[in-house]
Design a protein around this ligand. Structure first.
Ligand SMILES: *[C@@H]1O[C@H](CO)[C@@H](O)[C@H](O)[C@H]1NC(C)=O
Ligand SMILES: *[C@@H]1O[C@H](CO)[C@@H](O)[C@H](O)[C@H]1NC(C)=O
Ligand SMILES: *[C@@H]1O[C@H](CO)[C@@H](O)[C@H](O)[C@H]1NC(C)=O
Length: 521
């Protein structure tokens, strides 16, 4: 049987590229989106709707534009490197418009149930029940792409005991030092009298602006560094990372130092957090022991009275209420998926989960690569290995992660950006062949290897190759700089570090320095 009709659940950052991948492969996508707009999580709404996550109003994304771009539609050069959430939405809209994706989306339509057709083992077909303005409808699809992400249900610690808290904006306690917790704390700290940031384990804190002012991920997520990382002992990497972060601010003295090493858990991106702490607007506290009527007692015995509000930034969990247990089982926030995409126990590989992982890096290009692989699996162009091989791979990954990271809620969703991009792209047959590239186009190969591992690399060869990819990769540094160098600094003569005069001056300086020491002694 030929796979033709594909149901896509969700039109967010993973659903949009999924629609496009279906079109590229000649499939017929129908995308169901419960909101009245695209963007999913990135679509800001003021009101809280159960089962629907939304970002906060001030959110600026923590991955840079070159690393989060969809691979054949580079983010325009005048967009900032770190975009505000409204600009992320603008980009999604431009992407959807450019590739004509909107007409495939049924808005305000909720997927209630996805079940196997009675003859599933032959056809691999699914029955999808949807609801739109109170009307239920069911239709048959040849395949399903689940693009609902993992920010679905707020994860609240069970011990939470709120007492009675009035919502003033005076003294606030924030529970949880994740990316969102840190961000919202910094935001609120400008308007509250005091904000206490309670964290059980602390965290290493990164800055968006990295070496020489390049974005963090552009500097660190390169193939070259990935090789270095593999040949360097872990203890050295940890030491190097911790020293580097401590040289910006000493994590011990700011109350943030975690008990785990640098690479044992994802750090957070919190540019302004140390600024808030050094200005006394933010006060870091340990775990909460107890809430009383209006006060909070922390585990170190300190007590803060007259607290007006407590905010939980303790993350989300995922769930798929529309799928039967036999399709995917979730146990303790863990789900078995081959390559983080394919349920291993299906008679026919006609369902895939997109974007259910946590990279330290952007999820959009990863979702895109997953969808490129999944659509080709649906069409039978790529064969999944037997069930036991898939399970062995899944278990191996769990073991690696448990060895690598300290326990956390989503430990089994964590992947390394460059490694996973390479893994899923070689699965789909679109990983760039570096040796071939070095022989044919050394300039491009140089940038691919030493430059940032941007998603556009996966359009250089294989199915879905894009002719604009080479040019787009060679211009990526230009696009990065263009967004910050909005004023041409006066033409000061920059010293050539290798010029004779400059070396002479440097030598003189060293001589003077050692003489000064000598005189002093
Ligand atoms: C989905 O359909 C199946 C089979 O008809 C049924 O057993 C199940 O209860 C339904 N689930 C939901 C959430 O409606
Ligand atoms: C960015 O924030 C998300 C959401 O909190 C997080 O999962 C991710 O690890 C962060 N990325 C980086 C590079 O820190
Ligand atoms: C940070 O400060 C502590 C003292 O509070 C000190 O023992 C430690 O050496 C400092 N770390 C660095 C990297 O300077």
């Amino acid at each position: 049987t030929m796979v033709k009709r594909v149901a896509i659940i969700g039109a967010g950052s993973c659903g949009l590229p999924a629609i496009k991948c279906c079109l590229d492969e000649g499939l017929e996508p129908t995308c169901f989106e419960q909101n009245d707009d695209i963007g999913g999580l990135w679509k800001f709404h003021d009101e809280t709707i159960e089962g629907r996550a939304s970002i906060y109003k001030s959110l600026t994304i923590n991955t840079s534009k070159e690393m989060m771009t969809f691979s054949d539609f580079p983010i325009p050069e005048d967009y900032p490197n770190y975009m505000h959430n409204t600009q992320v939405m603008d980009y999604f809209r431009a992407y959807a418009k450019h590739f004509g994706l909107l007409s495939y989306i049924c808005f305000k339509t909720t997927v209630l149930n996805v079940t196997k057709q009675p003859d599933f083992s032959v056809t691999g077909q699914w029955n999808v029940v949807t609801e739109s303005s109170g009307k239920k409808e069911s239709s048959v699809f040849d395949a399903v792409l689940v693009c609902t992400g993992h920010h679905v249900e707020p994860h609240l610690p069970l011990s939470f005991f709120p007492g009675k808290l009035s919502i003033g904006r005076q003294k606030v306690v924030m529970i949880g030092l994740g990316n969102s917790g840190a961000d919202i704390t910094v935001d609120l700290s400008h308007t509250t009298k005091k904000i206490f940031l309670s964290t059980r384990s602390g965290s290493w804190v990164l800055n968006r602006v990295s070496d020489n002012g390049y974005p963090l991920d552009v500097t660190y997520f390169t193939r070259f560094r990935n090789v270095i990382r593999h040949v360097t002992p872990l203890c050295l990497l940890n030491r190097w990372g911790e020293n580097k972060l401590n040289s910006r601010f000493n994590h011990t003295n700011y109350g943030l130092k975690p008990s785990h090493r640098f690479l044992s858990k994802y750090p957070i991106v919190g540019d302004d957090l140390p600024n808030g702490i050094i200005s006394g607007r933010i006060i870091v506290k340990p775990n909460v022991k107890e809430f009383t009527e209006t006060s909070v007692i922390f585990e170190d015995g300190t007590k803060e009275d007259n607290i007006d509000a407590v905010i939980f930034a303790t993350g989300y969990s995922f769930s798929f209420p529309f799928l039967e247990e036999s399709v995917i089982q979730i146990k303790n926030n863990h789900i078995s998926l081959y390559k983080y995409v394919f349920p291993p126990f299906l008679e026919k590989p006609t369902l895939a989960i997109i974007g259910l992982l946590q990279p330290l890096g952007a999820i959009m290009p990863i979702a895109e690569l997953q969808a490129r692989g999944a659509t080709r699996v649906f069409k039978g162009l790529i064969k999944l290995p037997p069930e036991d091989v898939m399970m062995a791979d899944i278990i191996q990954k769990i073991k690696e992660n448990e060895k690598r990271y300290v326990p956390s809620q989503h430990i089994n969703l964590q992947v390394q950006y460059v490694e996973y991009m390479d893994e899923i792209s070689s699965f789909s047959g679109v990983k760039p062949n570096l040796l071939f590239l070095f022989l044919r186009d050394p300039k491009l190969a140089w940038e691919v290897f030493f430059g940032p591992c941007t998603p556009i690399q996966f359009r250089l060869m294989g199915p879905g190759k894009w002719d604009g990819a080479r040019e787009a990769i060679l211009c990526q540094r230009k696009r990065i700089i263009k967004a910050t160098k909005t004023r041409e600094p006066p033409n000061t003569r920059e010293e050539d570090p290798l010029s004779l005069g400059f070396m002479f001056l440097k030598t003189l300086w060293f001589l003077a320095f050692f003489m000064a020491i000598f005189v002093y002694l």
